[in-house]
Design a protein around this ligand. Structure first.
Ligand code: ATP
Length: 333
């Protein structure tokens, strides 16, 4: 089966073709992905501009992906949410039109579940705890009784968005995460808040405190270093508690912030100390990408989890625990 995936929740206008006939262990390595990234002229992601980017870029990336496909397409999968409403509606319209034109099934994929499923499938782990550290979200998830349950999550802003808001204050261009990572290499620790409440974390206070520390004269490298140390330790603490709570010994990372070496180092160290296994996908599958949409889309088609066009409305607030997991053999347990 050959599935066309289309991603467009925020900044990445992306299309991919996944051919599950190549179901060797490296099948996902051979996925064709074409992405056209929206880059704001200044400030952060502007929803209207991002949607205009989707309108321009989605037809082009889809055409490139279809040209690269080695044969006909059997299904069209799209990111149904969560994400920016104007972007989702553009991508949803494109996916519906394509599915109808090609006369193939339409699949609505939850973007956050796709972030974790690509890691689960590539790792070969059975039922891992999943840390999704992305721009607009931060979740720790565990699978139970047919759903990915949210064990911990942000109480305010997404983790990447918090870092990006801090760098916007410095006048640095979007995205801020890689720039903070580079600056932190020359930094030392300076005091910043650390906020974990129960199994949840909060990033807005630390982001404001980082802005204040910089305004009060702290070296920018030191603020970047402390921001990374605290934010990533918060994520690592909750991921460890989730492993402990569930008795699980497998952890998978997902989301664009997962491209950060220091975060991966902390998680790997924590897993090593507990005797747990850790897996982080290749960066092209961590940041937003249509490959993960096509791979989960193929699983959903196999489970007959497809959508009638008239029931395919997008959902900007689509939570991962709203998704009945139809594609796992133990989904009825
Ligand atoms: P979501 O998946 O929740 O919709 P998103 O659409 O913003 O989030 P992602 O691609 O998952 O997209 O993540 C983008 C975020 O990743 C941005 O906030 C960016 O600053 C951050 N990021 C990218 N590279 C790094 C890095 N090396 N270190 C830290 N953060 C990073």
């Amino acid at each position: 089966m050959r599935v066309l995936g289309i991603e467009g929740t925020a900044w990445a206008a992306s299309a991919a073709v996944y051919d599950d006939a190549a179901d060797a262990a490296d099948a996902t390595d051979s996925i064709f992905i074409e992405t056209d990234a929206y880059q704001p002229d200044s400030g952060g992601i502007h929803p209207r501009e991002a949607a205009e980017h989707m309108s321009d870029a989605i037809p082009k990336v889809v055409e490139t992906a279809l040209d690269a496909a080695d044969g006909p397409i059997d299904a069209v999968a799209f990111s149904r949410g969560p994400g920016l409403g104007p972007c989702l509606r553009t991508v949803g319209t494109a996916a519906r039109a394509l599915a109808q034109t090609l006369d193939v099934p339409l699949v609505g994929v939850n973007h956050m579940v796709a972030h974790l499923e690509i890691g689960r499938q590539q790792s070969g782990f059975d039922s891992p705890v999943c840390l999704n550290a992305s721009g607009a979200n931060a979740h720790v998830l565990g699978y139970r009784n047919g759903r990915y349950r949210v064990l911990g999550e942000t109480m305010d802003t997404g983790v990447g968005n918090a870092i990006d808001k801090f760098t916007r204050h410095l006048g640095w261009s979007h995205p801020g995460g890689p720039k903070v990572e580079a600056a932190a290499e020359d930094g030392e620790y300076t005091e910043l808040p650390y906020v974990v409440k129960g199994m949840d974390f909060s990033f807005s206070g630390i982001m404001s405190a980082a802005k204040d520390a910089y305004d009060d004269g702290a070296a920018v490298e030191d603020v970047c270093y402390a921001l990374q140390e605290n934010v990533f330790a918060m994520l690592t603490e909750v991921a460890e508690r989730a492993l402990s709570l569930t008795g699980n010994d497998e952890l998978v990372l997902g989301g664009g912030v997962g491209q950060n070496d220091r975060l991966r180092e902390m998680l790997r160290e924590m897993c090593d100390q507990r005797g747990a296994d850790f897996y982080a996908p290749d960066p092209r599958f961590l940041r937003d990408n249509a490959g993960m949409i096509a791979v989960l889309g193929a699983e959903m088609v196999r489970a007959s989890d497809t959508l009638a066009v008239e029931e395919s409305a997008v959902n900007p607030n689509f939570r991962p625990d709203e998704v009945p997991v139809s594609w796992r053999s133990d989904s009825e347990s």
